[in-house]
Design a protein around this ligand. Structure first.
Ligand SMILES: Cc1cc2nc3c(=O)[nH]c(=O)nc-3n(C[C@H](O)[C@H](O)[C@H](O)COP(=O)(O)O)c2cc1C
Length: 343
């Protein structure tokens, strides 16, 4: 049974705070400023709408990703197993939370190892990119991928979160070159991901040049990690520092477009504040390949496997009806679909 380490207690804090507190960003995703053009005569049959796709060698039934969340404790393991079973049942993609705890204590590996429950899904390993400046090497990245039999490695970038927590790792200088080296050496694609503040045009360009295969936006408008850290703060002054950043970040809709401008051919995974299938469809129309959600799936998995599967089916139906009503027969057509920007 996994023991409760310092990292473990932080992971349990994260789950509890995300489930019990209001940790929403003060910003919105910006997606509310876009509307599809309704087609009264779609000239397709609802049941023929095709939202399947192929990514990194795996087939998905829908452009939905369960965003990276957790691992390392008993509670996290239950959540991961539930999410993986639901992802396998519905054939959507899934990311695991940062595997640092299991790299440092192999007895925790089982809390992340969901491949046996989800043999067919697109599965992402996850490490904090910053660990590459604190002793992690290509070998650690390889171990994270092998541990999960993952199809790709997410390196998450969480500079602001690290900066507002007392134990934060904040030596970010020289990190890009290390990311480049990982991209060169790993046998699987590397995805750069934020955790809720998005990517600017210049950062996206540098990451693409470093060789990442995709960027997971994780823009502002959903879960705010400065708000989560505010709830974990052990002093008033630290809580005030974190609280000051409630409105920080690049909203998801803006960040997708910045990345698209910077690197038109790079695969974009949209996430950060997406809350239904229409949000995901809008992100695809703006240029993303698929959409991820974290907070909503954490709540569903904490309820039950049935609830999680139901939530996924609902999102899938929302995407289907949305595509039908704007006359997009498949995801390529959805990508070509025009959105109206409203003030
Ligand atoms: C409980 C919890 C734990 C998370 N842990 C990680 C993590 O270990 N690695 C990571 O890349 N992102 C992590 N995230 C961030 C999410 O993947 C996502 O980028 C962010 O929450 C924004 O998405 P949302 O608004 O749909 O929640 C976590 C999110 C939650 C809710």
């Amino acid at each position: 049974m996994p023991k409760v380490t310092q990292t473990g207690s932080r992971k349990n804090d994260h789950i509890r705070i995300n489930l019990e507190e209001d940790v929403r960003s003060g910003l919105t995703t910006g997606l509310e400023r876009y509307r599809f053009i309704h087609q009264a005569l779609p000239e397709i049959n609802l049941e023929d709408v095709n939202q399947r796709l192929q990514l990194f060698g795996r087939k998905l039934n829908a452009p939905i990703l369960i965003s990276s969340m957790t691992g390392g404790t008993d509670q996290a393991m239950r959540i991961n197993y539930t999410l993986a079973e639901a992802a396998q049942e519905t054939r959507i993609a899934m990311g695991l939370g940062s595997q640092r705890a299991a790299i440092e204590d192999p007895s925790l590996e089982s809390t992340f190892q969901v491949r046996k429950l989800a043999p067919d899904i697109l599965l992402f390993a996850n490490l904090g990119a910053i660990q590459l400046n604190y002793g992690y090497t290509i070998e650690h990245c390889r171990r994270a991928v092998d541990m999960l039999e993952a199809d790709a490695l997410i390196l998450h970038l969480n500079a602001l979160q690290e900066a507002v927590q007392p134990e934060g790792d904040t030596h970010f200088a020289g990190l890009l070159d290390k990311i480049y080296q990982v991209c060169q050496a790993l046998p699987v694609p590397v995805i750069a991901k934020e955790v809720g503040w998005g990517f600017s045009e210049s950062t996206a360009k540098r990451l693409a040049e470093a060789g990442v295969a995709a960027i997971d936006v994780a823009g502002a408008g959903g879960t705010s990690w400065s708000q989560v850290e505010m709830h974990r703060a052990t002093s008033e002054s630290q809580a005030r520092l974190a609280a000051a950043f409630i409105d920080w970040g690049i909203p998801t809709a803006e960040s997708i477009q910045m990345i698209r401008r910077a690197t038109p051919d790079l695969i974009i995974i949209a996430s950060g504040g997406l809350r239904n299938g229409i949000d995901i469809a809008k992100c695809i129309a703006l240029g993303a390949k698929m959409g991820g959600m974290a907070g909503p799936f954490l709540k569903a998995a904490s309820a039950s496997l049935e609830t999680t599967i139901e939530v996924i089916h609902e999102i899938q139906r929302e995407i289907q009806v949305c595509m039908f009503a704007c006359g997009a027969a498949d995801l390529e057509q959805l990508l070509e679909t025009q959105l109206i920007e409203v003030d």
